[in-house]
Design a protein around this ligand. Sequence first.
Ligand code: FPP
Length: 224
Amino acid sequence: MNPIRHVAIIMDGNGRWGLKQNKSRNFGHKAGLKTVEKIIKETIRNKIRFLTLYAFSTENWKRPKKEINFLFNLLENFLINRLDELHKQNIKLKIIGIKNFSTKLNNLLNDSEKKTARNDKLQINLALNYGSKSELINAFKNLHKSKDKLNEKNLIKYLQTNNIPDPDLLIRTGNTKRLSNFLLWQLAYSEIFFEKKLWPEFNEKDYSKIIRNYKSIKRNFGNI
Ligand code: FPP
């Protein structure tokens, strides 16, 4: 049975779900946050150590201002209301991506990371303003500056996921089959599951089913 240490998720389909309910795309994002909470609980139940959630890509800035503001307000309120509880549950929060938001949100994110830095039950990596290609370019630049030899071991020291094992499993909801500039290096050997359900419809049972399937796969890593 495959061990499972790290699950990465592209939480797609909030907007479509909101519109399907004859409500707004933002209504979908609000519902998406409830799914985030369910999935965190289920991740802990399955004793998985790392969960990486793609919450906002570098390309998502192209969206209408109103939607962007709504998403960041949702995140702010989530941290204000839920961080203590996450901390009590021994959860560590780490942001991957470039923190160039409002001063208020940047401070909140830094404080949340600091407060939970020593927790070790589950590490949630929240990908915010994250783009894999620019992460890689920065890593190559920094490695070049360091004058260390260019090899895999040295390069990964400069990725934002340094010290985090690569995802065993990637899940993308929303019936779309693409990687959207997410963890392109780190996903090289991950098992990928594309899920038809939109993110707000995705639940603990769907997640457990994928985990069960994953566990039964024979992973070869290029071997036979
Ligand atoms: C993709 O759905 C989802 C996002 C860009 C945002 C993800 C945000 C959440 C799940 C809720 C907030 C989470 C936190 C941690 C505060 P989409 O809008 O691209 O869906 P679509 O494909 O239907 O347009």
